[in-house]
Design a protein around this ligand. Structure first.
Ligand SMILES: [Zn+2]
Length: 57
């Protein structure tokens, strides 16, 4: 998913692998603003059973 710093507009791309269903917090490398993404804004639901990858096809 794509994330923008609300302070300076810097764009960050967060890989799906890094989405664990919990909030993401990091510091903008440009303006040092703390960027916080609550779990509710993440594409994956914070609650629920763990998805186990199964064979496709
Ligand atoms: Zn910034």
């Amino acid at each position: 998913m794509m994330v923008f710093c609300e302070e300076c507009g810097e764009r960050y791309i967060i890989e799906d692998d890094e989405l664990t269903g919990t909030a993401i917090i990091f510091i903008c490398r440009v303006c040092n603003e703390i960027i916080r993404i609550p779990a509710g804004k993440l594409p994956r639901q914070p609650e629920g059973e763990k998805q186990v990858e199964s064979e496709k096809g």
